[in-house]
Every structure is written in structure tokens, then in C-alpha cells.
Design a protein around this ligand. Sequence first.
Ligand code: NCD
Ligand code: ZN
Length: 344
Amino acid sequence: MQTLLLTRPDDWHLHLRDGLQLSAILPDTVAHFARALIMPNLKPPLTTVASVLAYRSRILAALPKGADFTPLMTLYLTENTSPAEIILAKQSGVIHGIKFYPAGATTHSEAGVQDITRVWPILETMEKLDLPLLVHGEVSSPEVDPFDREQVFLDRYLAPLVEKFSNLRVVLEHITTSEAVEFVRHSSQKVAATITPHHMFLNRSALFQGGLRPHYYCLPVLKREKHRRAILDAAISGNPKFFLGTDSAPHSRFSKESGCACAGIYNAPVALELCTEIFSNANALNRLEGFTSFYGTDFYELRRNQGILSLEESPWTVPKEVSFGADHLVPFCAGESMQWRVKN
Ligand code: NCD
Ligand code: ZN
């Protein structure tokens, strides 16, 4: 049986929700990750430092006893965010990035940015303070085809943005296209990207396998095979600009299996095992630790983790359903077999 030792990984893009849902899902992340960057798209969104700090306290209170886990927080950017709030965020010491959602682009993004020029003074402040900008890189304009929204965002908004704010650290979140890979590769060292397990693993055909598959629906939506291949190649390339952000985003079974299904894939219980399987199948296990445990940490200028996580090749079956507070949800790869297992 093959065993693999990794420096404890960090998840650079995670949705933890709140209340009973938070308590239900937090153990899945804590079991594998030492730290995670927590997205601020709650309802209502976390647009003030005070609300982020209160949320952080709720996460700490919900941690299983004895857990060694650090939530790294983010603030939700709106057109009303003030430079003073950004300064407070920096001073907090626990807010590691400011999240940019184009208004209407994804789940709970209504309060996001409509006119990017209105947040220029904020980006200037962030650049001065060296506080990273985390970008949901899709336009939300209804006339743009959903499968083209990432590319259009890069051309229309991100290219001018990184040129204007050339010292601002920018993370293009959950990239899904070869154009995004190229964009990041050719940008300065200030620009990086997160990659999810599901975008490395599936192409858009998965959405239509034998019928409509809401549990594979997330944003940005899965793309065609050539894009999946480009994402995978970037992840296994050993280029430190590309690192793991699971974008684990739970929704109840009821809200997924609906006439208007919510976007989001809950992959926390399998994210690390699946990355291991994907890297192993690509003969790139020697590059896995950089992707899961070093590159993101270095980009965010934090100390690498000390502990070790061990995985063994030992098949197990993913539960068909898990508890989600008052509801239930269907995890990614539900009912399927995983080749690798994290050892406790
Ligand atoms: C996320 C969610 O549900 O919060 N959904 C998703 O499809 N990824 C929001 C996001 O990151 O876009
Ligand atoms: Zn997300």
C-alpha cells in the first residue's frame, strides 16, 4: 500500500456558511486543512470589518474540540466600501484579502460591484497596504454567454485592472479556461490563481450525463475538455502561481434538486483525496505538495505549516448524503469510490 506524506495543506477558497450549517460542515475541512481562506458571501454579506470579526468568532466557536485550524478571513467589496474600512481590515491582522464579486455573477453577489471604476480608490488603498484582491472573474451581463463569461471578464476588466494597479496582489479565483491560465502565466508575479478539484476533474459534459445534473453545477460553470486539460496542466506544472482553492460551496439537496438549482459544489470531504488521485493519474504526485501546501501560503506571505498529513492508497466510498444543519446535502462524488484516504 502506498503512503504519501504532505505538509498540512491550506484551502485558499472556501465557503463555510453560518449557524447550524457551519457547525455541520466545518469538521470536513478541519480534518484535512490547517487553514482556509473563508469567503464573505453570507446573507447579508460581510461588508464591514466588525461583521467579519464576529463571523470569525462564530467559526472559532464552532470548531470541534481540540481542532488545530485557523480561519483566514476576507471582506466583501462593495461600491460603498470606504478606504478607512480597508485600513481597518489590514490592521485587523486576520483579514487576508478583499473579495470582488461582479454584482449578480454568483451566489449572494447582489451587493457586489456594478461599475468597477467606482472601486478604484479602494484598489489604490489596497495596493498601498499590500492587501490582496480576490476576484470572481466573470462578467454578469445577461447578453454574454455563460460559457464565455470568464474570457470576457479578463479582456474587459482584469487586463486593464492589473495594468493600472501593477503592485496590487491579485488572485483570480477558481479559474476554468485556458485563457485564464495564459492570463495568469503571463502576468507579473503579483497575479496568481486558485484551482478547484472539480474543474481539474470534470468537463461540462458531466452536467448533462444521462440527464441534467445539478450537483455538478457551480460557477464559473464547468467548461469543455480542452479547458479542463489546461487547468489540470497548470495545476501539475509546478508553477507557484497556481494553487488549491476548493471553492467547496454547500447547498441543501432541496435547493440543488430544484427547478432553479443553486450554484455550488460541496467537495470538502473529498477535495484532498481527489487532488491526490488526479495528480497520481497524471504522474505528478511529486508536484502535489507545492500545489496543496506551499504556493498559496507563499503568495499570501504566511508561514508554511509545520504538521504532516498522511494519505494512503486505500479505497473508500463517498457517502450519498451528509447532514447540513437542519437539511441534508449531496457531496461531490457521492456514492463513488475514492482511491486515497487521509489517515487520522
Ligand atoms: C459559491 C457559493 O455557493 O457560495 N458558488 C459556486 O458555484 N462556486 C459562490 C462562488 O464562489 O461563486
Ligand atoms: Zn467560491
